[in-house]
Write a protein that binds this ligand. Structure first.
Ligand SMILES: [Zn+2]
Length: 441
C-alpha cells in the first residue's frame, strides 16, 4: 500500500516533517517514507490518495477505562472518593457481560474515530474476557488487564478475595498476553486503597513470569487518598507502592498530581511512567500535575483520557490541547509547546508501554499505526511551517477533522465511509444496556 499525504509528521529523532509526501506499507509495517517527487518504481496496487491531509502517528493513550463508557454523564460533579463510592463502584459492580461489551465497544468506537491507535486499559473486576475479545476484534493495539481489588471500604461488595484475584489474574495473563500480537497484558491493581499489601506484592512477583507485560495503577490523584495511605501504612503513597515492588520501567502510574520531591526521585529512579489525565483531574477537582517539572526531571510522561464519567470524552486531541494550556498560567506560555505535547500523545505513550520500537512514530520498520487529519478546515492550514503544522494539530484540530485511522496496516476508520461498528446498532445496544443497568445496582 502507498499513502500520499500533504505532510508527514514523523516524530522521528530529527523531528522531520516531510512535505508532499508518501509512505509505503507492506503488510502491517512501514517500509519507506519520503517526498513524492523522489518516488521511483512501480506504484503499489493499493493507493490511498490523501494529498490534502496530514499524516501523523496514531495517538497512544496510557490510561483508559473502557468499562466505564456506558456511565458517561451519570457521575458528574463529585470528588474522587465520592465519585467512586456513590457511582462508579456500584455501576461497575452492576455490569454483566452484555453491558460490559456495550460499554467497551462504545469506547473503542470513539477512540478509533478520534485517532487513538494504542491504549492501556484498566478493566473491571469481572468478565475481563469480554474486554480482551472486543479489543482483539476491534483492531485496536492495547495492553489491558483485569482490575484487581481485594479491599474496598467504600463499597464492600465490589471486591474479591486475595487468592481469587491472583488466580483469575494469572489465568487471564496466561490466556491473553499476546494471544493476539496487538494485545498484551497490563496488570491492573486499581490503587493502594483497593488492594492489600499482600495483593500488590504478589502481583509484582507474578508480573516477572510474563515478560513484556505492563503494570498499571492509579497513584496520588487525590489528597484524601494519600492521607488514607499515610494513615494505613505510615508512608507516602509512592514510597508505599515502591515497597511492594510494583514500580519499575514497565509501570504506568495514572495521575501523580500530589507528589513530594522524594516521591519524584523514586519515580525517576525506577524509570516509571506517569499518565497525565488533565480533563479528569480538573473535573474531579483533584488538582493539576506539575508536568513541566516531571519532564525536566526526565520522567516518562504520556497522556490518557481516563474514563468517560470523569472526562467526559475519550479524545486524545482534547487531552493534548488541555495538557498544553493547563500549564501555561503556572509555568509561562513557552512551557508545553505543541511539539512536546504531540510527542507526549504519540511516541512518549509508546515509550511508557515499552512499544517505542513498535509504534509512536512514522519510520521504516515500525508498525503502520497512523492517522490522516484535515488541518485545512477554516483557515487552519494557512501556517505551513513545522511549528504551524504542530500548532494546528494540538491547538486547533478536533476529532471531527480525523479522516482515516490505520492500525497495524489496516484502515479501521474512514470518515463517512468505514466504521468499526454499525453506528445505529452500537448506539441502540448501548442505550438498551444503559437503561437496564440501574435495575441491577
Ligand atoms: Zn482511572
Amino acid at each position: 500500500m502507498i499513502v500520499f499525504a500533504k505532510n508527514v509528521v514523523t516524530l522521528d529523532a530529527s523531528r522531520k516533517i516531510i512535505r508532499d509526501a508518501y509512505i509505503k506499507v507492506s503488510g502491517n509495517v512501514i517500509t519507506e517514507t519520503g517526498e513524492r517527487k523522489n518516488l521511483t518504481g512501480q506504484l503499489e496496487d493499493e493507493i490511498v490518495d490523501a494529498s490534502s491531509l496530514t499524516l501523523i502517528p496514531g495517538f497512544v493513550q496510557t490510561h483508559i477505562h473502557l468499562c466505564q463508557t456506558l456511565f458517561r454523564g451519570m457521575a458528574d460533579d463529585l470528588e474522587l472518593l465520592d465519585w467512586l463510592q456513590l457511582r462508579i463502584f456500584p455501576y461497575e459492580n452492576a455490569h454483566n457481560r452484555d453491558s460490559l461489551k456495550a460499554s467497551v465497544r462504545l469506547g473503542l468506537n470513539e477512540l478509533i474515530k478520534g485517532g487513538t491507535t494504542t491504549i492501556l486499559d484498566m478493566g473491571t473486576l469481572r468478565n475481563q474476557d469480554v474486554v480482551f475479545e472486543e479489543l482483539i476484534s476491534s483492531g485496536m493495539r492495547a495492553f489491558a488487564g483485569k482490575c484487581m481489588m481485594d479491599s474496598n471500604s467504600l463499597f464492600p461488595s465490589f471486591r474479591n478475595d486475595t487468592k481469587a484475584e491472583l488466580e483469575e489474574t494469572y489465568r487471564l495473563a496466561k490466556e491473553f498476553h499476546f494471544k493476539n500480537e496487538r494485545v498484551g497484558y497490563g496488570f491492573a491493581p486499581r490503587f493502594a486503597l483497593s488492594c492489600t499489601y499482600e495483593l500488590l506484592c504478589e502481583t509484582a512477583e507474578m508480573k516477572k513470569d510474563f515478560p513484556g507485560t505492563v503494570m498499571h495503577t492509579h497513584a496520588s490523584e487525590n489528597k484524601g487518598e494519600i492521607e488514607a495511605v499515610r494513615k494505613l501504612y505510615g508512608k507516602e503513597n509512592i514510597d508505599f507502592l515502591d515497597s511492594t515492588g510494583l514500580l519499575g520501567d514497565s509501570c504506568v502510574l495514572a495521575h501523580c498530581i500530589h507528589l513530594n520531591d522524594d516521591e519524584i526521585k523514586i519515580i525517576r529512579k525506577r524509570d516509571t511512567a506517569i499518565s497525565h489525565c488533565p480533563s479528569s483531574n480538573l473535573k474531579l477537582g483533584s488538582g493539576i500535575a506539575n508536568i513541566p517539572k516531571y519532564l525536566k526531571e526526565g520522567i516518562k510522561v504520556s497522556i490518557g483520557a481516563d474514563g468517560a464519567p470523569c472526562n467526559n470524552n475519550l479524545s486524545a486531541l482534547t487531552e493534548a490541547r488541555l495538557a498544553a494550556l493547563l500549564q501555561k498560567p503556572f509555568h509561562g506560555p513557552t512551557s508545553m509547546d505543541a511539539f512536546t505535547v504531540l510527542k507526549l500523545a504519540t511516541l512518549d505513550g509508546a515509550r511508557a508501554l515499552g512499544l517505542d520500537s513498535v509504534t509512536g512514530s512514522i519510520e521504516p520498520g515500525k508498525k503502520a499505526d497512523f492517522i490522516l487529519i484535515d488541518i485545512n478546515n477554516y483557515n487552519k492550514g494557512l501556517n505551513e511551517s513545522d511549528e504551524g503544522i504542530c500548532s494546528n494539530i494540538v491547538y486547533a484540530a478536533s476529532d471531527s477533522d480525523i479522516a482515516y485511522t490505520f492500525i497495524d496496516g489496516k484502515c479501521v476508520y474512514q470518515k463517512g465511509v468505514k466504521e468499526v461498528y454499525d453506528q445505529e446498532e452500537l448506539l441502540a445496544d448501548a442505550k438498551n444496556q444503559k437503561n437496564k443497568l440501574p435495575g441491577r445496582v
